[in-house]
Design a protein around this ligand. Sequence first.
Ligand code: NAP
Length: 385
Amino acid sequence: MGFKRARDSDNFSSVETSNSPRHPFLLQRGCQFRRAVANRPAVDVHGSAVVSTRGTQKKGHNLKPKVFVTRPLPQRAIDLLAAQCAVQVHPSDSALKPPQLGEACRDVEGLLAVGVRVSEEVLSQAAKLRVVANCGVGYDNIDVAACSRRKIVVTNTPGVLTDTTADLAFALLMAAARRVVEADRFVREGHWQRWEFGMLWGADIHNKTLGIWGFGRIGQALARRGRGFDMKILYHSRRRSDETLERELEACYVDRDTLLRESDFLSLHVPMTPETHHLIGADELRLMKPSAFLINTARGKVIDEEALVTALKAKAIAGAGLDVFEHEPHLPPDLAKLENVVLLPHVGSATGETRLAMAMLAADNLLAALEGRRPPNVVNAEVFD
Ligand code: NAP
């Protein structure tokens, strides 16, 4: 992998990440059409027939809609966009703040949003914006209502990350139950002097009860993994699934209290909405078994973290596996000091194959909207009414 740095004399900008030395994406090069974004130059990628790399605009440039991409993406996705659009890529893999994002969107018709907040403040500066293509299935980072008021299409990337995220949820479940991270640390830090019968006991996974809260794509994919481990599957969701699916997944619908009381592993797969904010708090944690584990790959704000830390400290539940946090990347006080929790930096969909698929799908959605077609994954269908 690695990055190539273009020579200054080429008048190209290199794309590199400040905080991610193993960033897998390739160099994206461009020229002119630059704008200061968060004190760093953005990078433009144009269809070569339309704009020269030396800054002279050729005929037809104005016909291409302008698109802003908020982080470096795999080159294939950028190429797909650049075939039809004048593309500007923010060169740093870090979130632009609303004022800078708004400034970057001032003149664009398409925004490919990767890990940024698209707020009213941003939209108010983006008078020409027609589509916000979110690179992610969860879209709680986007003010969808404000987009709809402006007739801006919002899209997301469901499906392509389902199995990858379910894999990670199951990995967290296993790591928490079998103390994988703690055991690894134990070995690395030289504490392993001899084999002991009583060393690092964990909890069994097979034949246990897997509770799933939010039985959509990822929740169902997790149920399939649980069945592979001979787990009993309980679920609770906004509505009950049809009987065929329940039979196929051998999943039993229960009310929320039963789910909380009977699960040995409780995994959360609801979207972040006002209804799911602090879905798990002190009362819910009190209902869980002291031997139970809580797994969260949904969104951090679904759990009241303060209540969770209190429960973990008191061993009111056995442990937790968390990929998402209330105030990412900040952790609540004391969480990182606890041994009975596995902590990941929001990497649910982070595999090479899936991140590429997400970027390509986001690009497809964006292009469809700019062409006046209905994109495959519309979030706010009301804009087409
Ligand atoms: P999905 O297919 O829409 O599934 C969500 C499920 O939750 C649906 O069954 C939905 O019911 C249910 N639900 C919604 N509100 C609820 C409520 N108040 N109470 C109970 N159930 C409720 O979405 P998905 O593709 O599985 O993704 C789920 C979430 O995972 C995303 O929204 C995202 O935030 C998160 N995620 C995280 C990562 C990561 O990197 N950690 C990666 C991918 C996704 P209905 O069918 O009635 O809508």
